[in-house]
Write a protein that binds this ligand. Sequence first.
Ligand code: NAD
Length: 471
Amino acid sequence: MSQKYDMTIGGRRVQSGSHQQVHNPADGSVVGLSPVGTEDDLEAAVVAAREAFEGWRDTGDDAHASACTAIAKVLTDHAAELSLLLSKEQGKPLKGLGSEFELGGCAAWAGFAATQSLPMRVLEDSARSRIEMHRVPIGVVGSITPWNWPLLIAIWHIVPALRAGNTVVIKPSPFTPLSTLRMIELIAKVLPPGVINVVAGGDSLGAQLTRHPGIGKIVFTGSIPTGKKVMAGAASTLKPLTLELGGNDPGIVLPDANVEQLAEGMFWGAMINSGQTCAALKRLYVHDSVFDRTCSALADIARRVPMGNGLVETNLLGPLQNQRQFEKVIDLVEDARRHGGAAIVGGAPLPGPGYFYPTTLLTGIEDGVRLVDEEQFGPALPIIRYRDLDDAIERANRGEFGLAASVWGTDPAQLRAVASRLEAGTVYINKHADIAPHVPFGGVKSSGIGREFGDEGLEACTSIKVINAAV
Ligand code: NAD
């Protein structure tokens, strides 16, 4: 009998009338049954979060900080259980940059939030006026999460919102709801009832959340097309939004790069979570003079990094998470082949079971081919030869994306000069996909609106309230 997971609404575990099977993408086995929440469930969650709001807000700053410490402890205490469940439903390996790493990140982000503060600023203290600027919570924050890093992204949404005194309703991806349901059940035990609520279900629940007048703000992480729908949905009630959307991160390898030394960073920058990472390296522009050496250094690593069922502890890469994503990667690589692309390693799906697509490096294609222009979100990296740096920078900046970018080389002045010309929310030098709780993260252009993490991320969970007193 498969285990049924529960929603958490108003501090209670809530079942729904119907359930959906969640499958392990490595072998198709049933991991568990997710409730399929209804509009009524979502309504109940918003009501519970609204009822809890004033009490939570008024418990004060120290209580909010202590709650983040308590959440970090819960996540650490249950890391083994949650990592195992995450590996089963998401597919990512337990080890390496997999689910244990993800749980470690969850605890780190929660612990960091406990150290943050939202100080009041005195803007004027004169004979005429005393003017103070306070940061106050918004109300109920609605969180909508994707399936690639489901727990870490949930924590990125939830923890700053709670730290700032808001309450939360979260809706996880229907592809990976179980680990979030269980994580919220655990977190809810260290918070007053209704402060955190989770409703699992289909995309329509996300749309309901964005439109709901009882929700004060939406934090959304997902694709650009869905982000646009979220923005449209939120317009009717003029909600503030944080949108963390897709990326097609370019990397530029300069002629003086020590590519053998840098290849490991490029490889994991691209292949982390089998490429299913928003800010992964998704197209690599390599100068002609180091092109062959770069390809061969990356191919050597690709051949030795084991891919397979995430529960086998030697595996460092897992499957694609779902059939839609699997078919997308197959389609993009086949299209690249039709346009002259050749795979140095990989290039065709592995025999079943599971959605396994091998680590793939493709050469022989240029901008204008879909694998270069679109977000592949899988382990298939196009390596593009360039001769003129200005042209490479122009191509790197082309298109609607602007999440992150990277430049790889030796001369610090040139690295900085190139970094200054790349259009992205984060530009890395000699690394990629490196994030930290104190460093603001987010995209420009269609890759997003607003920032998470750091002071800026916390402030984004607040409204400004000015108290302007005559003296
Ligand atoms: P998705 O946009 O398909 O779904 C994300 C979430 O939105 C899911 O919970 C889904 O149920 C919900 N949703 C779907 N339709 C909705 C609607 N009309 N209104 C409200 N909610 C709706 O994304 P995905 O396939 O789960 O995730 C992959 C995408 O997420 C990639 O593009 C990736 O780059 C992006 N991503 C971005 C970041 C970032 O920080 N920038 C991080 C991770 C993933």
